[in-house]
Design a protein around this ligand. Structure first.
Ligand SMILES: *[C@@H]1O[C@H](CO)[C@@H](O)[C@H](O)[C@H]1NC(C)=O
Ligand SMILES: *[C@@H]1O[C@H](CO)[C@@H](O)[C@H](O)[C@H]1NC(C)=O
Ligand SMILES: *[C@@H]1O[C@H](CO)[C@@H](O)[C@H](O)[C@H]1NC(C)=O
Ligand SMILES: *[C@@H]1O[C@H](CO)[C@@H](O)[C@H](O)[C@H]1NC(C)=O
Length: 781
């Protein structure tokens, strides 16, 4: 770096050395604490400073806030690095605040589960001890905050200014509940505005007064700190002696429990274009902008929601601002060094397009020798499919275990078992996937691992719907509720990484928590609760954050609600429920090319057009549907399926409505056939197209080998070849008599379209061998 500096012009060098000087003064002297965070102290600096000008030093001192150094002593208590702790420190760092962390690495001594029971006396005792060395610094101010459920949303200057404006020497946050002893409520002074009762999670005050407060009585580590401070506050003489006040209207301290509905994030408009908006937390009740937010009691989820935006976490221009921090980078990592993954797939119900779903899992760009594969299949219907998949691919994975439908293992048992297995295999990550998941992005697993969060899920949505694999909020009793930003996230209007209360279907879990908490704590098995709800509840109770990411597109969800496996080819019936997947499987891969600019359409005979439209798979499935139904018509002129009972030009056929497929066919007609028609028969627009006669015809030498010349009662007729001439049959084709023009080299999946009635008098040519199938519809009769 010194070389770089020396190669600069004198002016530039002056500015750079100025920066180095700032670094020295702010970070290295111990004289300043860089509390405004103007200098990045994590950057290394050069050791040899040449400090010449006094005014430069003074400037640096001023810029780094040195004069206020240590005016505020910030303390917190945290015993370990939880997700909430990381968030707390990140928020402090945003404002250059460096809290003194007490109790870190120690066993918590402040009583069990203080959210539900009293406790926390230990926090008082730790602070007493820590303040010993400052006991004579009478002009200093102590700021105490809890850690796991607190975020800073403003800087120390503002906090200090507002503290001084209150005139208090000791200031506590307030809340609407008198806790832990509600009987003390009447002893509290009445308040005109805001919250009446003391909360001990956030407070600040001058060193001498804080010390008086902390030494007023002794308290056991397991004693209750809030009760301790409450009693001090309710002692009027004592209260007045240290000028102890509560921040009733949350000018500084916002305790969220009981106040969540009064709080919202608010985007301040940026004055200049291109500079992003800034989010602040507003209390719409008291019209304040609190500076430290405490997700006390049962308000943790509100804090998680706010924490998605503040401080400086997200804006509409940069999106997720901190998402790139604390990430891993797997690029260029040799396969053998990649994190070990336990991939658990759960097939708990009959699921359309599972074949493609599993293929996408296999296609994940991740070394299979680093993946243990586990499959729980509870759906008998899928036995053959899963067998085919595992026979073909399971050997590629590091190990493979499956539970079959006949084992009868319930879902929650299988899920808990997979957690235990993953712990036993000592993997780094556990990746859970349900059968409805389609990971269209093969980078999904890599990207989720690189995100380096305890639990992270890709945002997956049923295409075009608001149904997703996460919830933005919860009702009081733990069910679905919609957060304000839910739809924006689902529709990718906001992209980022979101802390949410519930994820399902697909998520990656850092294995350390699975190893740490056994199945009595971290489990899918809770009475009367769905497995995923039980699991997420356990995570919430452990204050483990669940994130969902829509930083990029990862995939989508299948809708398995109306999947009727009693039908032959059940996926053919999924055109409404899973349109996108239906199209991917059944529409010809060249279909879109029909609309390419400058495309010359095939026209084998005058006004007979020919387009690729459906896949071979569609053709085979349609034939299978018909053959499975099997009730081909007699081919005689009497046809009981028709209203008049008479068919002038009878064929051996089955109508779409006989196999319950008419609505699906009409949708197909409207979505895929109509645009082709509008393209070649200009000016004729009929949307949606109507068609009463929709059927598959079977031609066979021994049954009905041909069809005599006729007109169709249609505006136009379509005819899709379903199988292969020269392979499945010989002969056949269609001859347009007026033009003496035949189409005999039909291609499966291609549609022929020609006008009906007057001009296109035609006949079906003789099939000499095998069976020929075509799909016919008379459109707009
Ligand atoms: C990954 O996350 C953990 C927990 O937050 C953190 O301690 C670690 O430093 C992160 N890794 C990287 C490379 O940032
Ligand atoms: C990850 O590492 C590769 C080189 O190993 C580098 O090219 C790439 O920019 C890194 N990605 C990120 C996000 O830092
Ligand atoms: C499994 O493979 C066999 C043999 O290729 C095939 O006949 C069967 O249809 C396949 N099952 C499924 C559900 O795809
Ligand atoms: C019709 O076409 C066939 C072959 O393309 C030809 O042999 C026949 O003579 C034609 N018939 C008439 C009436 O033009």
């Amino acid at each position: 770096m010194l070389d770089v500096v020396l190669s600069m012009t004198p002016t530039l060098r002056f500015l750079v050395s100025f920066a180095l000087l700032y670094h020295y003064v702010c970070c290295d002297t111990g004289f300043c604490d860089n509390s405004r965070g103007e200098v990045d102290c994590s950057e290394p600096a050069i050791n040899n400073y040449v400090i010449s000008k006094t005014d430069v030093i003074l400037n640096a001192i001023f810029a780094c806030d040195c004069l206020e150094k240590d005016e505020v002593l910030v303390y917190t208590v945290a015993t370990e690095e939880t997700d909430g702790y990381v968030r707390y420190l990140d928020s402090a760092k945003e404002f250059g605040i460096r809290p003194n962390v007490l109790g870190f690495g120690q066993e918590w001594k402040g009583g069990k589960d203080i959210r539900l029971r009293p406790g926390g006396g230990w926090k008082i005792n730790l602070l007493k001890e820590a303040l010993q060395k400052h006991k004579d610094e009478t002009d200093k101010i102590v700021l105490f905050t809890d850690a796991y459920d607190v975020i800073f949303v403003n800087n120390l200057d503002e906090i200090l200014k507002n503290f001084k404006a209150t005139g208090a020497k000791v200031l506590f946050g307030a809340e609407p509940f008198c806790w832990p002893n509600p009987e003390l409520a009447p002893m509290y002074p009445e308040v005109k505005e805001g919250k009446r009762f003391l909360n001990s999670g956030l407070y600040m005050g001058y060193v001498p007064e804080i010390l008086k407060l902390l030494y007023r009585k002794t308290i056991e580590d397991e004693g209750d700190d809030q009760l301790y401070f409450t009693e001090a506050y309710l002692d009027e003489t004592f209260r007045n002696s240290i000028k102890m006040k509560l921040d009733h209207t949350s000018t500084l301290f916002q305790n969220l429990h009981g106040a969540s509905t009064e709080i919202e994030i608010y985007a301040s408009e940026s004055k200049e274009k291109k500079t992003p908006e800034k989010y602040v937390v507003k209390n719409y009740f008291t019209h304040t902008e609190p500076m430290i937010i405490h997700g006390n009691g049962f308000s943790k989820l509100t804090l998680n929601y706010l924490g998605n935006y503040v401080p400086n976490m997200w804006n509409s221009i940069e999106g997720c601002i901190k998402c790139k921090e604390r990430t891993l980078n797997l690029t260029n990592k040799p396969a053998k060094n990649m994190p070990l993954v336990y991939l658990a797939i759960f097939i708990e119900m009959n699921t359309p397009f599972l074949e493609e779903g599993l293929q996408k899992v296999y296609n994940l760009d991740y070394p299979k020798e680093r993946i243990h594969l586990f499959i729980h299949n509870a759906a008998k219907y899928h036995t053959s499919l899963v067998k085919n998949f595992t026979e073909k691919y399971a050997g590629d994975y590091l190990s493979f275990k499956q539970i079959l439908p006949e084992d009868g293992t319930p879902e929650w048992t299988a899920r808990d078992l997979s957690l235990d297995q993953s712990a036993a295999k000592n993997v780094d990550f556990y990746f859970s996937l349900d059968s409805v998941v389609h990971l269209d992005n093969p980078q999904t697993l890599r990207l989720l691992i690189e995100q380096n969060r305890t639990v992270v899920a890709p945002v997956l949505v049923r295409p075009g719907k608001a149904w997703s694999n996460f919830w933005g909020a919860l009702t009081k009793d733990g069910f679905y509720a919609r957060s304000k930003d839910y739809l924006d996230i689902v529709h990718n209007k906001k992209r980022g990484l979101w802390n949410v209360p519930f994820v399902t279907n697909a998520y990656l879990v850092r294995s350390s928590i699975i190893k740490r908490y056994d199945r009595s704590i971290l489990t899918y098995n809770k009475p009367d609760t769905d497995p995923d709800m039980a699991f997420c509840r356990a995570l919430r109770e452990l204050n483990i954050f669940m994130h969902v990411s829509n930083r990029v597109d990862f995939g989508h969800l299948i809708n398995a609600d109306n999947f009727d496996v009693t039908r032959a080819e059940p996926e053919m019936y999924q055109i409404f429920d899973n349109e996108m997947d239906w199209e991917a499987r059944y529409i010809h891969e060249e279909y879109q090319d029909n609309f390419a600019p400058g495309r010359v359409d095939k026209q084998p005979c005058p006004d007979v057009y020919w387009f690729p439209i459906v896949s071979r798979r569609f053709c085979n499935s349609l034939i299978a549907m018909m053959e499975s139904y099997g009730k081909w018509s007699s081919g005689s002129s009497y046809d009981e399926r028709l209203e008049g009972g008479y068919e002038a030009v009878p064929t051996r056929d089955i109508h779409m409505n006989q196999v319950g497929w008419e609505p699906h066919w009409l949708k197909f007609l409207q979505k895929y056939v109509r645009p082709l028609q509008e393209k070649v028969f200009l000016g004729y627009i009929h949307d949606p197209p109507r068609a009463l006669m929709n059927f598959v015809v079977r031609y066979r030498p021994d049954e009905q080998p041909f069809l005599k010349p006729h007109h169709d009662s249609s505006t136009y007729t379509i005819n899709i070849a379903l199988n292969q001439v020269g392979v499945d049959y010989e002969g056949g084709g269609c001859r347009f008599i007026r033009y003496n023009c035949s189409v005999v080299d039909t291609i499966p999946g291609w549609i022929m379209m020609h006008p009906g009635r007057l001009t296109h008098w035609h006949e079906g040519l003789y099939v000499t061998k095998g069976t020929r199938y075509i799909m016919v519809a008379f459109v707009d009769p």
